[in-house]
Write a protein that binds this ligand. Structure first.
Ligand code: ZN
Length: 286
């Protein structure tokens, strides 16, 4: 039912649509209620920005994958700017309740998300966020805990990932742990069984390690297709984050929530520009 309800909007060419369909939400809920309506009202939620980070620390200027690195001095300035601008930094769970369950939320709000689960999260990003009292969500690769990030072209020896014990220690620090698959593959390139294994087994393994529910998912490389998205829903996740750009309230459903990638080259002006101006949805859909 979910698959049927979600399918029509995805490949619909813009030129064929009388309206911008990506602005419409709530279809899966209608389907769940037995409804046939494909369009609901635009999401009335305020424009929540889900920021996407990977590694935070001190790095030599990267020659590639610049959106995977953020200098900790810039990160601190960015967190300070959020405070100066009066942004509320909220948990992904709170954002989800506002976006899809109608919970009211006042003012401009931001969610801080971190992919892959690098050790430098605990060393550099977490102390800064703790200073400001900000919550965050971190997406871990269940089959590589405590190991190098092997999927990186470098082999990941200089990019160690946190262990299960390190993840457990984060739970008392306002850090929600989500899943980022078992081995960080491109999910759209896998068969259905293998994709479901990556999606569902990582949830089960992390829940076992953490002793807590793992309700959120992030697609590695932002790579997914309708079948992958539906598998994430079927595996029991409550929401999933993509690498499409835009504010979260432009999500067509709870399994395709856009984010804003903060890159190595973003100075404070660039950061503010992404935060305040780059709100329209721009799909990156592999
Ligand atoms: Zn990743």
């Amino acid at each position: 039912m979910l698959s049927t309800a979600l399918r029509p909007h995805r490949r619909c060419p813009r030129w064929a649509a009388p309206i911008d369909l990506v602005r419409w939400v709530g279809r899966e809920d209608h389907a769940a209620q037995g409804g046939r309506k494909l369009m609901d009202a635009p999401n009335p939620a305020p424009p929540i920005s889900v920021l996407m980070y990977h590694q935070v620390g001190r790095f030599a200027e990267p020659t590639q994958h610049r959106s995977s690195f953020c200098d900790v001095r810039r990160f601190r300035a960015q967190m300070g700017l959020l405070k100066t601008l009066g942004c509320r930094v909220i948990s992904l769970r709170e954002a989800q309740a506002t976006l899809f369950e109608g919970q009211p939320l006042a003012g401009r709000s931001v969610v801080l998300s971190f992919d892959d689960g690098y050790e430098n999260f605990a060393e550099h990003a977490l102390p800064v966020m703790a200073e400001f009292g900000y919550p965050s969500v971190l997406f871990a690769v269940s089959g590589l805990l405590g190991q190098p990030a092997r999927w990186l072209s470098s082999g990941g020896q200089d990019s160690p990932l946190m262990s299960a014990q390190q993840l457990r220690e984060l739970r008392s620090a306002q850090v929600e742990i989500g899943s980022h698959t078992v081995s960080h593959p491109r999910l759209s390139q896998l068969g259905a069984t293998e994709a479901m294994r990556e999606i569902a087994d990582s949830k089960a393994a992390l829940e076992q390690s953490l002793g807590a529910a793992v309700d959120f998912f992030a697609y590695p490389y932002g790579d997914y297709n309708p079948a992958v998205r539906d598998a994430v829903a079927q595996a029991g996740y409550q929401a999933a984050l993509t690498c499409s750009r835009g504010t979260a309230n432009t999500a067509p459903n709870r399994y395709e929530i856009p984010r804003k990638a903060i890159a190595y080259g973003d100075d404070l002006f660039g950061f503010a520009w992404k935060l305040l101006v780059k709100n329209r949805r721009k799909d990156r859909y592999a």
